[in-house]
Write a protein that binds this ligand. Structure first.
Ligand SMILES: *Cc1c(COP(=O)(O)O)cnc(C)c1O
Length: 387
């Protein structure tokens, strides 16, 4: 038995030389928006817990109540004996809040994206006859979905619907699937959804959106986003729990339940997570101040940083990157903020293009005005050295 021939030592040393080795950082304690690392309390500006629900008492209570009566683990895959009543109830609720006829749970967003793209494109009767079109900045799981499906992939420049149209005009293939993040993870920018819907209609292509960073942040009582063929949302970000779902027509969901391999061949998530997620959806409806607070923070931060002269991106979302250029600058700035108790991650190539290294700030309704003031004044001090 030996891994010797895989030359992991050389490969890993090469990674280290390129500063591409990655490490987990232990969070000793965390109640949004604070975390403790190395015994030091930090204000976290690098979390996806946009509404502060991950530590909400109602969600904790829902899991405790559920556990009193039921088992912890699902016990099996959904198609065997792992699909509990609370899973079913959550799927119906998710269909209702997103405005689609039907929804199904996946264990993670990553698996949902693999499952959908592979089920739609990888299992075509003639596997050569499909093309997946993706925004260049799409999430890795969407790209991996195309890889798993083994289908032809075309990546258009970020938000470039004109380029997409040109390809769609020229490509004569039967099944065309356009896939986009609704809000882009590293930029916070939004996909031109109406244009994409029009484009998909013109070319009889299907449209899938990944709303990982948007689901839960819109008012459920207002009309949802315009419907697309495949809607994917995650539950580990604004919702504060774990997992993901896909919503669409009844036929789509029935088909995916039979054919999406990352759904079929995995254990269902613990049902208590579904209980917590249902509680989160209630909280979102009842505590609309959380969305309002988040919007206020976004507006205030943008105004202050533009005034200070930082280069921002056209993002109206909770993701607010500051472009600083070199990886060194991004790292240095992140380190300085850390010394002041502010946790803001530096994002470097290959995650983002060379020369666009950035500080990626994410905001949460759980941040207080005072937390935001601390970040804004710290950045004001550092601005001079990065101009
Ligand atoms: C986080 C994220 C995912 C993955 O979701 P998980 O539930 O964390 O696996 C997929 N797509 C996008 C755009 C994301 O930001």
């Amino acid at each position: 038995m030996s891994l010797k021939r895989f030359q992991l030592d050389q490969k890993y040393t090469a990674l280290q030389h390129q500063h591409l080795d990655r490490h987990t950082q232990v969070i000793e304690q965390g109640v949004t928006p604070l975390v403790q690392r190395h015994g030091k309390s930090l204000i976290n500006f690098s979390s996806n817990d946009y509404l502060g629900l991950a530590s909400h008492p109602a969600l904790k209570q829902a899991t405790v109540d559920y556990l009193r009566l039921h088992s912890l683990g699902a016990g099996a895959a959904h198609l065997v004996t792992g699909h509990h009543a609370i899973h079913e109830q959550l799927e119906q609720r998710l269909a209702q809040v997103t405005g689609y006829p039907k929804a199904m749970l996946f264990s993670t967003g990553y698996m949902a994206n693999l499952g959908v793209i592979d089920a739609l494109m990888g299992q075509l009767t003639d596997s050569k006859s499909g093309i997946v079109y993706q925004d260049r900045l799409n999430h890795a799981s969407l790209l991996d979905g195309a890889r798993l499906a083994g289908v032809k992939l075309r990546r258009y420049p970020h938000l470039d619907v004109a380029q997409l149209n040109e390809w769609l005009n020229h490509d004569c293939t039967e099944q065309k699937l356009i896939v986009t993040d609704q809000i882009f993870s590293m930029d916070g920018t939004e996909a031109p959804l109406l244009d994409l819907i029009k484009t998909a209609e013109q070319h009889q292509a299907a449209l899938m959106i990944d709303d990982a960073h948007g689901f839960g942040l819109r008012d459920f009582s207002r009309p949802p986003l315009p419907a697309v063929d495949v809607y994917m949302g995650t539950l580990g970000k604004a919702i504060g729990t774990f997992g993901a779902f896909v919503a669409g027509s009844e036929l789509l969901i029935d088909y995916l339940k039979s054919r999406a391999r990352p759904f079929v061949y995995t254990t269902a998530t613990p049902p208590l997570i579904a209980a917590a997620t249902l509680a989160a959806l209630d909280v979102i409806e009842q505590e609309s101040w959380r969305r309002v607070k988040l919007q206020q923070h976004i507006g205030r931060l943008r105004t202050a940083l533009i005034e200070q002269g930082w280069q921002l991106l056209p993002s109206q979302s909770a993701i607010q990157p500051i472009i600083v250029g070199s990886a060194e600058n991004a790292l240095a700035l992140s380190k300085k903020l850390l010394e002041q108790g502010l946790l803001v991650s530096a994002i470097r190539p290959p995650t983002v293009p060379r020369g666009t290294s950035r500080l990626r700030i994410t905001l949460s309704a759980a941040h207080t005005d005072e937390h935001l003031s601390q970040l804004i004044s710290a950045l004001a001090v550092h601005q001079a050295s990065f101009r």
